[in-house]
Write a protein that binds this ligand. Structure first.
Ligand SMILES: [Zn+2]
Length: 311
């Protein structure tokens, strides 16, 4: 084999300069180019991913804002309708969702009801709690904390239930904003784990867990009470003898079922047989008699309190 032929044989393994490709300048150039390309792909991917995430978050945020606006608008419309109906007929018409008929004849609140009364404090999405609000807490016997002004009636209710054979447990009471935030996040991620989008999970959660700043639990005026034997906060709870006893007797101690059946459109919350709110005995009895939720009662108190409307 001639020299020329040997050179031609070796040619496929060598570059033009006659040196091996591995370890050559060209090889390192290619390696660098490869990593530059990889970096470019990774960076582009990251940018696309976070942009998409940001756009979806922005969409969720816009939807939440829209919901707030709708709820506020509905509340305003409802108030206007209520005032117009009352002014026109001189009597108070019950809301369409209410279970009873129109209340006839001259109508007024049969006791002095001041809109500024602490017991009538209205907290909902349209009326978030003033962040300056302070509460003097006191412990209940089972280590929960509530507004000190409601401890006596709360424990009396639990004691009287016990005398009749019902063992009641306060399972939730005062919550600060931080705790409410945690619960909210936990519940949203639980629904997201089940496959819901953030948006859907958010709206699912807020029907059963008031948004931070709009929860009555921030005031210490509300408690969740269940029977000792069955402590799940679900639909079954309402059928328990303890829940039935509470619904029948809570007004005697100044409490109401805050998120009642049939009032979901007004309260914005699902029916909760376990969530009790202290409003005082007079208001509780009145609200029970006329089947009013706190939103309706609060509107009434404001309406009859207007100087031009009172005698
Ligand atoms: Zn509650």
């Amino acid at each position: 084999m001639s020299d020329m032929e040997m050179q031609l044989e070796a040619a496929p393994q060598e570059n033009r300069e006659g040196r091996p490709y591995l370890g050559s300048v060209a090889f390192y150039k290619h390696v660098i180019l490869f990593f530059v390309f990889l970096l470019f792909v990774l960076l582009t991917g990251t940018v696309i991913f976070f942009s998409a995430h940001y756009v979806s978050l922005k969409k969720d945020y816009a939807a939440v804002c829209e919901e707030y606006r709708t709820v506020s608008q509905e509340r305003d419309d409802y108030k206007k309708q209520f005032a117009a109906a009352a002014a026109e007929s001189g009597r108070v018409l019950k809301d369409e969702t209410s279970k009873t008929d129109v209340v006839r004849g001259d109508f007024s609140i049969p006791f002095h009801a001041d809109p500024e009364d602490w017991r009538y404090l209205l907290i909902n999405e349209a009326h978030p709690l003033n962040p300056e609000y302070t509460v003097k807490l006191a412990p209940t016997r089972n280590g929960q904390f509530v507004d000190q002004r409601i401890v006596y009636q709360l424990e009396k209710m639990i004691d009287d239930a016990a005398k009749e054979g019902y063992s009641l447990i306060i399972c939730s009471s005062y919550r600060d904003y931080e705790r409410q935030n945690e619960l909210q996040k936990e519940s949203i991620s639980q629904y997201m784990d089940k496959g819901l989008s953030y948006h859907d999970a958010f709206f699912r959660v807020k029907r059963t867990l008031a948004l931070t700043g709009t929860s009555e639990h921030h005031t210490g005026l509300s408690v969740d009470i269940v029977g000792e034997d069955y402590q799940c906060l679900d639909e079954e709870q309402a059928k328990r003898p303890e829940a039935i006893w509470l619904a029948e007797h809570c007004a005697e101690y100044g409490f109401v079922v805050r998120y009642d059946r049939g009032k979901e459109d007004i309260t914005g919350m699902d029916y909760e047989s376990w969530h009790f709110r202290y409003v005082g005995k007079e208001a509780a009895a009145f609200m029970e008699e006329y089947d009013l939720c706190l939103e309706e009662f609060s509107d009434m108190v404001e309406f009859f309190h207007r100087p031009d409307e009172s005698e």
